[in-house]
Design a protein around this ligand. Structure first.
Ligand SMILES: Nc1ncnc2c1ncn2[C@@H]1O[C@H](COP(=O)(O)OP(=O)(O)O)[C@@H](O)[C@H]1O
Ligand SMILES: [Mg+2]
Length: 277
């Protein structure tokens, strides 16, 4: 099924994703029975907006709270402070508002590839957030297997797959979910360079067609330069936004990659990350 057709099944209405003054502290283990519990700040007053049909990339050192932020948006963790909304729905403490792709692939070993891929969309149907039937989800999943480099593998078990294949199944599962926004935590990390490039271009096309605001955590500056309309650079822990890089439209970004015209932006990002070049 084409991306246009799949988007027509959603009542998207061009939402935007907003995050306002989000901060979080984890309770660190105490040193002993009588010592007070310490609080470890991991996110500090993070605010931004992801307009419909655009992608915002989060870049920052390990441990600066990127995954914590995505887990908060997925409703899996309640941050100490802050709000987040998509399409008037409050996300904090309210699981199921975004299609969330966790950093680990988290496939269920007792389900075949096709059933793992359908899982997120099926859960949404059961929860009543989508009216798509199981057979319609299956049709969409089967139609996308080739595109994800999984052709002919619908009947395979997760144990029979390479790390890269498992990651693509997890990615397919995320894209089949009907939520009005996407939150992807390093989704291309374990992929070979060719598959990675193919899926990056496919992601650009999907975002343009579906209009879902998308948040992407990546360690790869070139990936952020190609995919993102906006790049947010985070400081070390506690993570706060220390640089915002606004990028041109997707078609121009593709040309810049070929011509090397994105070098100045790359230098600015490296400088913000404190990497000497
Ligand atoms: N459940 C948790 N309990 C306590 N500390 C945690 C928990 N999850 C993450 N952390 C800590 O919070 C910090 C930020 O983690 P994370 O959000 O995973 O960073 P990033 O994704 O940017 O690498 C790290 O120091 C990590 O050890
Ligand atoms: Mg992380």
């Amino acid at each position: 099924m084409s991306p246009q057709a799949s988007s027509s099944m959603r009542s998207v209405g061009s939402p935007e994703l907003t995050v306002r003054h989000c901060s979080h502290e984890f309770e660190a283990p105490s040193g002993g029975v009588f010592s007070a519990r310490r609080r470890q700040p991991v996110l500090s007053d993070v605010s931004f907006t992801v307009p419909a049909g655009t992608l915002t990339a989060l870049l920052g050192p390990s441990g600066c709270g990127k995954s914590t932020l995505l887990r908060a948006l997925a409703g899996l963790l309640v941050p100490s402070r802050g709000e987040a909304q998509v399409a008037d729905r409050e996300l904090i403490g309210n699981p199921g508002g975004v299609a969330y792709h966790p950093q680990q692939d988290s496939l269920l070993p007792w389900l075949r590839v096709i059933d793992n891929a359908m899982l997120g969309a099926e859960v949404s149907s059961v929860r009543g957030t989508s009216s798509e039937t199981k057979s319609a989800v299956r049709d969409r999943a089967m139609g996308l297997l080739d595109r994800f480099g999984l052709g002919g593998l619908h009947h395979a078990w997760p144990d029979e797959l390479s790390g890269g294949m498992r990651q693509r199944v997890a990615l397919l599962r995320t894209f089949l979910m009907p939520q009005p926004a996407l939150a992807l935590d390093e989704p291309f990390g374990a992929l070979d360079a060719i598959t990675r490039r193919k899926l990056q271009h496919w992601l650009l096309e999907i975002i343009a067609n579906e209009q879902r605001p998308t948040l992407l955590v990546t360690h790869d500056i070139d990936e952020a330069l190609l995919l993102a309309d906006q790049i947010l650079v985070f400081s070390g822990r506690p993570g706060s936004i220390i640089h915002v890089e606004d990028r041109p439209a997707a078609e121009l970004r593709k040309l810049e990659r070929v011509s090397g015209a994105d070098r100045a932006a790359s230098m600015r990002l490296l400088a913000a990350l404190g990497v000497s070049h």
